[in-house]
Design a protein around this ligand. Structure first.
Ligand SMILES: *[C@@H]1O[C@H](CO)[C@@H](O)[C@H](O)[C@H]1NC(C)=O
Ligand SMILES: *[C@@H]1O[C@H](CO)[C@@H](O)[C@H](O)[C@H]1NC(C)=O
Ligand SMILES: *[C@@H]1O[C@H](CO)[C@@H](O)[C@H](O)[C@H]1NC(C)=O
Length: 757
């Protein structure tokens, strides 16, 4: 693997403009959802894949919103290693094609990788994962043209290895023979896509025999990337080439102009460079062929070559098999759900075993949860959608950690808590506690609506959950005796108005009016208050285990006080339901600065699923009110009355993705199912609702049985694209509810959490 020593320098400083995506308010008439669309026609618009050790690849569709402008080329758009999570090593890893009926007439040029698209038959070019660690997208259209063949690009991250596999499968779907020339093309990143253009040169070279490429990015940061093909592909390869990313010597231009790219072998130095391989496939009617490449990353050149050598020690299929084996081993280490043994069983038929679709959604939900975890820091990306900015919501992360523990993955739960136990807190003067969101890459604070105190309560709940489940209490201690648990307990012990806990903007983060944009005051939300109650009770349990009896009593006393205040203030005797919230008293000029918000809100079910309320008749009345007022598309449950988010609200990320107000959300549908199952002995008809809601999640998932985002359109059922996939809300809550209903997991209420030794 000798590298060409002499090289030509290309330094062309090109100003690169990133398209600025403007997200404008839209009217209902602009609704992007076509009523003829159905949920399963489309796979995911975003993906994150991890090697579970120190490397992450992310992927996004070519547009951020369904009908939005094209934002990028098809394929992965960021690749990072733990040496510096803030840097992306690539801008993209994509492909281009020329084809024709003979090798000399490859006249059909499909050479703008921004234009790859897919029909409904292939999930509209969205991303899918298999249960064996393959992540892929399929394309059978180029812009508006239907192609006579299908291209599937698959990515595999062999567990623990610092390289990934790119497989391109082309299937001739026409009745005649086709010659297809493929350019597999990668462009370097490094501050590129995230932080604007670079000013440091990157060197790209290719090996003598045109088998490997190497990009040296040391002038921008200590990174090297390289790649080549596996044996399986070598018979198809015609050349490897490197070049600047723009101009007539770029790999893409050479491919467009000369088709073969032969003879163009450069050593290139530029602020952005490309490396590519060209393959010629001869495909009989209906025939499929696959080519396999790898891409390796390291912080120094020697390690890079070692990783590349290691990749080449096996053939591609071996790595694919090894990856599948790692996934398999991971699944069997977790809790196994009951899978139906006979056809005609499952949610649809009123029982709790998983039919094939339900099981597939379960497994894929777990895969996304596992891959959402930053493997060195421990926090979880809440969504894989670019518009959600790779943020880790603290609330989501705490609940996801609990769910991973319930699913049998205590390592993952612990890893999250180890990060959270040292994550930056809000300053004391601003109220303390956790920030709302952190960067899923670096763990640094990410600006968002604050305060959201439920995040702090849920941290203590997750910490208690982990300790009670694993009997490991190490995180309750710290060198100076002032552990994170203690800090959060102090926060929970604070009394506010009428002995309630802190007012905030949780759970729905509305610091501004969703329609007018006017600033809103903080409120005492039933969700946050209930989360505080559950955290106090859970922490008290742990304190008793630790023999800190005085502290335990103090926490329990505070919980009782909170429960009493919530009953007294939030219960509406006449309307027979609990309030969503009351205002924080800051608008002193109003007749009642503590005015109640009477809208029915399914997140107030937290009063039930966290076991705050004891009175059975109140619980059933409240639950029935939620069922009656918030059901959409039969078993789906909306967040609250007159919810404009994803409809005509001004903050809806992709405009009107829902055709009416209060679209159903997966997370609140599962909150409701969880609550119903907790009360099924009081009303046997709830069992039917629970199966209905679980089946609803199966039916409202995406193409390939993939978990979707926050909401689904209440009219068509199609998932909203912004936030898809949402890891804790859809994947996580589905997994937890399935396991709870099957008697394999604890409920959300810590009052029942205890280990069976
Ligand atoms: C690489 O190319 C150089 C210059 O043409 C040549 O001297 C050298 O032998 C080649 N090495 C290999 C391994 O082919
Ligand atoms: C290609 O596949 C289609 C559908 O399976 C089939 O009808 C057709 O006969 C096949 N053509 C050839 C040439 O094998
Ligand atoms: C439960 O709540 C109902 C409705 O507010 C009330 O009439 C009843 O007395 C309560 N029961 C108990 C045991 O507190």
């Amino acid at each position: 693997m000798e590298i060409l020593k002499s090289f030509v320098l290309f330094i062309c400083l090109v100003q690169v403009f990133e398209p600025i995506q403007s997200i404008s308010h839209c009217t209902v008439e602009d609704a992007t959802t076509d009523p003829n669309q159905y949920p399963k026609a489309e796979a995911l618009p975003g993906m994150q894949i991890s090697n579970w050790k120190d490397m992450i690849l992310t992927w996004a569709s070519t547009t951020d919103c369904r009908s939005g402008p094209i934002a990028r080329v098809a394929g992965p758009n960021s690749w990072r290693i733990s040496a510096d999570w803030s840097q992306t090593l690539i801008n993209f890893d994509t492909f281009a094609i020329r084809y024709g009926s003979s090798p000399d007439s490859l006249n059909h040029l499909l050479t703008d990788p921004k234009l790859w698209k897919g029909s409904e038959a292939v999930g509209k070019a969205g991303m899918v994962c298999s249960t064996t660690g393959e992540f892929f997208a399929s394309y059978d259209m180029y812009d508006t043209e239907n192609l006579p063949f299908k291209v599937t690009t698959s990515f595999y991250l062999p567990i623990g290895e610092q390289f990934y596999l790119k497989k391109i499968t082309v299937s001739n779907q026409s009745p005649s023979k086709l010659y297809i020339k493929i350019l597999s093309l990668l462009e370097n990143g490094l501050k590129g896509s995230d932080f604007g253009p670079l000013n440091c040169p990157v060197q790209a070279v290719q090996s003598n025999d045109s088998t490997y490429f190497h990009m040296n990015m040391e002038k921008c940061g200590s990174f090297h990337i390289g790649g080549g093909e596996f044996l399986e592909s070598k018979s198809f390869r015609t050349s490897t080439q490197v070049g600047p990313s723009t101009g007539s010597s770029s790999a893409l231009s050479v491919f467009q102009l000369y088709s073969d790219g032969n003879g163009v072998s450069y050593v290139t130095e530029d602020i952005r460079v490309q490396a590519a391989s060209v393959f010629l496939l001869e495909l009989e009617a209906n025939e499929s062929k696959a080519i396999y490449s790898f891409r390796a990353a390291a912080t120094d050149e020697k390690s890079l070559w070692n990783i590349m050598r290691r990749a080449c020690e096996r053939n591609a299929q071996d790595w694919i098999d090894l990856t599948a084996k790692s996934y398999e081993n991971w699944f069997v280490s977790g809790v196994q759900p009951n899978v139906c043994l006979e056809a005609g069983q499952g949610f649809k038929n009123g029982n709790s075993c998983l039919d094939q679709d339900a099981a597939e959604l379960f497994t894929k939900s777990l895969i996304l949860m596992k891959n959402s975890q930053n493997p060195t820091l421990g926090l979880f990306a809440s969504s894989f959608h670019t518009l959600y900015g790779w943020k880790a919501w603290m609330r989501d992360g705490c609940l996801q950690a609990i769910i991973m523990g319930e699913a049998g993955y205590l390592e993952e739960e612990r890893k999250f808590l180890e990060w959270a136990s040292f994550a930056e807190l809000r300053s004391e003067w601003s109220g303390g506690g956790f920030h709302s969101t952190y960067s899923s890459w670096t763990g640094d604070v990410h600006d968002f609506v604050e305060p959201q105190y439920d995040a702090s309560a849920l941290y203590l709940l997750a910490l208690s959950h982990y300790s009670l489940k694993s009997d490991d209490y190490r995180l309750w201690y710290e060198r100076d005796g002032n552990s994170r648990a203690q800090v959060i307990e102090q926060l929970l012990l604070r009394r506010d108005y009428e002995k309630l806990w802190a007012p905030d903007f949780s759970i729905w983060e509305e610091s501004s009016d969703p329609v007018t944009g006017e600033r809103l005051p903080r409120k005492y939300y039933s969700f946050t208050q209930s989360a505080a109650f559950s955290a106090l009770m859970a922490a008290a349990k742990c304190r008793r285990k630790l023999k800190h009896f005085q502290r335990a009593e103090q926490l329990e006393e505070r919980a009782r006080e909170l429960r009493e205040a919530l009953e007294r203030i939030f219960w509406q005797e006449e309307d027979r339901h609990y309030l969503r919230s009351i205002e924080d008293g800051s608008r002193v000029w109003l007749p009642n600065p503590y005015a109640a918000d009477h809208r029915i809100d399914s997140s107030s079910l937290a009063l039930l699923f966290f076991d705050v309320v004891k009175n059975e008749s109140r619980k059933l009345d409240h639950l029935r009110t939620v069922q009656t007022k918030l059901s959409h598309r039969t078993w789906g449950i909306a967040r609250y009355d007159d919810d404009h988010y994803f409809y005509d609200g001004i903050f809806s990320p992709c405009g009107c993705e829902a055709r009416n107000a209060s679209p159903p959300w997966g997370v609140t549908t599962m909150f409701t199912a969880m609550t119903e199952w907790m009360h099924v002995t009081k009303d046997a008809s709830f069992a039917n609702n629970v199966y209905g809601r679980l089946q609803w999640m199966v039916e409202h998932s995406a193409y390939g049985m993939m978990p979707v985002g926050e909401a689904n359109d209440g009219v068509t059922g199609l998932f909203v694209s912004a936030s898809t996939p949402d890891i804790y809300e859809y994947a996580g809550m589905y997994v937890w509810t399935v396991l709870f209903v099957q008697g394999k997991a604890w409920s959300m209420s810590p009052l029942g959490w205890s280990r069976v030794n």
